[in-house]
Design a binder for this molecule. Structure first.
Ligand SMILES: NC(=O)c1ccc[n+]([C@@H]2O[C@H](COP(=O)([O-])OP(=O)(O)OC[C@H]3O[C@@H](n4cnc5c(N)ncnc54)[C@H](O)[C@@H]3O)[C@@H](O)[C@H]2O)c1
Length: 314
């Protein structure tokens, strides 16, 4: 693990629940000094406990030479917590009014050059930055639990976000081992949560309609689609489902099924425009690799992964 940021090595984390603690752990592991604020009774002790639990994994993943889990301080106000921070990451509960209030205070007190990110799972940044005096340095930086191990962070700017700040944020998150995905269009739930939410709602329908139990649904993902998704997303997975002609054949064959009641979620019309976007998207992703070549990489990956699933399945 190597952290390229050397001048400003301090970050602030506001709200230290599941996600705030995850951010703290990742930042400490990458050599940052972290100051945190959370008004809840016993927050500091809970955070330290969580870091202790996660630290073994961070050691296995490889710590930055400056990593030190004791470089964490709890402040008794937002004002003190944000002092000297290059990034202030907000992680308070998912309520628009609360987040707006906390962000206003962060914005008032944070150093002029600080970036301000929110972990919000679903609220669009334009709403959160409405009342900020310096909204141009604010964005959504939406991570995944556990934040210290999962690399994805969705970066979404609002109407008033400076695009240069987003580029700086992208560089910052990359420097702490993440895979930032800049989402150009604001939409509730961003991208990754919309995908998970669709699956989640369908799963709830299946339980509610008595079609499957929670265990059966979990098995359906863990032993099937979930294994593939660890390597290939839904588009490349279906590119392979189309045989040698890839997504083009897949859409010809399964396009009509979009009209069948296979899900409670309505499908968009499979217009020529949408078809082209999907086919060229997949062909570009595949690059010079044929369907057979990708399938062979997939097979190699699945042989290794299957054993891991058996070893760790709950
Ligand atoms: N849990 C997840 O899997 C997940 C994943 C990605 C993003 N998120 C997002 O992260 C944010 C936090 O979620 P969480 O799951 O960590 O919630 P949580 O309930 O575990 O933690 C929220 C923390 O905020 C603290 N808090 C409340 N008011 C505060 C205030 N005024 N100032 C500072 N701290 C305050 C609480 O004491 C608590 O410790 C939400 O926006 C959520 O949508 C959650």
């Amino acid at each position: 693990m190597s952290n390229t940021i050397t001048s400003q090595n301090k970050a602030a984390v506001i709200g230290t629940g599941v996600i705030g603690n995850g951010w703290i752990t990742r930042l400490l592991a990458y050599g940052y000094e972290v100051t945190a604020f959370d008004p809840a009774e016993g927050a500091e002790a809970r955070t330290k406990e969580q870091i202790d639990l996660a630290w073994k994994s961070m050691e296995q993943a490889g710590l930055d030479s400056r990593a030190d889990k004791n470089k964490l301080t709890f402040a008794d106000s937002i004002e003190k917590a944000v002092e000297g921070a290059v990034l202030v990451q907000e992680n308070v509960p998912e309520r628009t009014d609360l987040k707006q209030k906390v962000l206003e205070e962060i914005d008032r007190c944070a150093p002029e050059k600080a970036m301000i990110g929110s972990s919000t799972s679903g609220i669009i940044p334009s709403v959160l930055q409405e009342n900020l005096a310096r909204p141009e340095r604010f964005f959504v930086s939406h991570p995944f639990n556990p934040v210290y191990l999962l690399p994805l962070v969705e970066l979404v700017g609002g109407e008033k976000t400076d695009r240069e700040v987003l580029k700086k944020a992208e560089k910052f998150f990359r420097s702490i081992g993440m895979k930032p995905l800049i989402i150009e269009k604001e939409v509730e739930g961003h991208v990754a949560d919309r995908l998970m939410e669709a699956l989640w709602r369908e799963a709830l329908h299946l339980v509610n309609d008595g079609v499957a139990t929670t265990r059966e649904i979990d098995d359906a993902i863990t032993y099937g689609a979930g294994l593939r998704w660890a390597q290939l997303g839904p588009f490349m997975t279906f590119h392979l489902a189309g045989g040698d002609a890839g997504m083009r054949h897949m859409l010809d064959q399964f396009g009509p099924a979009l009209k069948l009641p296979w899900t409670k979620l309505e499908a968009p019309d499979l217009t020529e425009d949408l078809k082209e976007k999907v086919i060229t998207g997949c062909e570009n992703q595949a690059g010079s690799l044929s369907v057979a070549e990708i399938a062979s990489k997939r097979n190699e990956f699945l042989v290794k992964l299957k054993d891991l699933v058996e070893e760790y399945r709950v």
